[in-house]
Ligand binder design. Structure first.
Ligand code: PEP
Ligand code: MN
Length: 337
């Protein structure tokens, strides 16, 4: 259920309704809006308590939310979400997140951070903990990698997006990260999602490689229902019978997510295609499709990369892509962030 407060409701009215919801044995989630506040209710059985709440001061209406993902649905919150991340924001613009697949050493991270900041990019990606298909592949530098990311941030002011693989490392990663990335393999790791619902840092939730839209939104619901509303969805391609690209980048999910959910969605054309030459066209398409940004792999020397070199743009290609995005952003009246 969703309680919609009227435009004149006071903060005290909202608090009283939230208390009443708790007394009824349900959980209130206050959702501030531009003109009025709503209170999402979870833990309810059907419409129990609806009549009581309807009669309370400041309440405009109490409606049933039909979607199984309650708090992330557009039914619950009609306005698209946007929130600050480092010194920029996500939602209501087109936010670029770029950087290497993995943190390989200190100098390549600093070099990448300098390059990106000079071009106005405010968020850098880079994994210190890497989920690799083979146990023999480079697993990331772990704690040492986090230190290099911290140094890059300190030197350039760039915000850090980095993956968190398990519950044990959340605190450590959160010390450095401005956004905690949950990889495709962990989208349904519910214990990790619950832990991240308690985090103060925004979470970038990648789509599981075989996840239906509803499963993905339910995964986001785990994080939001526990109290962390700052979730960014990331489409990174799914498994299909097609093998001309590494994954099948499902750009058609962008407008559907926008229709069903208020959460921002970014697109990862690097894992989506697996080939650097196809990254620019899919990036332009993501912008045109209405995505809120990109997560792109960029490496100072892709041929030497320890992971995902084939899909990483070199610096010159990234500059060309940035210039190609500009006129589309202008035509769409969207700010490049
Ligand atoms: C990554 O972003 O480098 C990564 C491991 O992505 P995914 O979880 O989408 O495979
Ligand atoms: Mn990668």
């Amino acid at each position: 259920m969703l309680v919609v407060m009227n435009a004149h409701a006071t903060a005290a009215d909202v608090a009283t309704v939230a208390d009443r919801i708790r007394q009824l044995g349900m959980d209130p989630h206050v959702i501030p809006g531009a003109t009025r506040t709503a209170i999402g209710i979870t833990g309810n059985r059907g419409s129990e308590g609806r009549d009581t709440l309807m009669m309370m001061p400041g309440v405009e209406e109490v409606i049933r939310v039909t979607a199984p993902y309650k708090l992330v649905s557009r039914e619950t919150k009609a306005e698209a979400s946007r929130f600050p991340v480092a010194n920029t924001h996500i939602g209501g613009g087109f936010t670029l997140i770029a950087g290497p697949c993995a943190v390989e050493n200190e100098s390549m991270v600093i070099e990448s951070a300098r390059f990106l900041t000079e071009r106005g990019v405010k968020l850098m990606r880079g994994g210190a903990y890497k989920p690799r298909t083979s146990p023999y592949s480079f697993q990331g530098l772990g704690q040492e990698g986090l230190q290099y990311l911290a140094r890059a941030k300190q030197e350039t002011g760039i915000g850090i997006v980095t993956e968190v693989l398990d519950i044990e490392s959340v605190d450590r990663v959160e010390e450095v990260a401005d956004v905690l990335q949950v990889g495709t393999r962990n989208m349904q790791n519910y214990a990790l999602l619950r832990r991240l619902s308690q985090a103060r840092t925004p979470v970038l939730l990648k789509r599981g490689m075989a996840a239906m839209l509803e499963e993905w939104l339910m995964a986001a619901e785990y994080i939001v229902s526990g109290g962390n509303r700052q979730v960014i969805l990331c489409e990174r391609g799914v498994r299909t019978f097609a093998d001309h690209t590494r994954n099948t980048l499902d750009l058609s999910i962008v407008p559907v997510v926008k229709h069903l959910s208020h959460l921002p969605i970014v697109v990862d054309p690097s894992h989506g295609t697996g080939k650097a030459e196809y990254v620019p066209s899919m990036s332009l398409a993501a912008l045109a499709a209405g995505a809120d940004g990109l997560l792109i792999e960029v490496h100072p020397n892709p041929s030497q990369a320890l992971s995902d070199g084939a899909q990483s743009l070199d610096f010159d290609s990234f500059i060309r892509l940035y210039e190609a995005l500009r006129p589309i952003a202008t035509a769409m009246n969207v700010e490049l962030l």
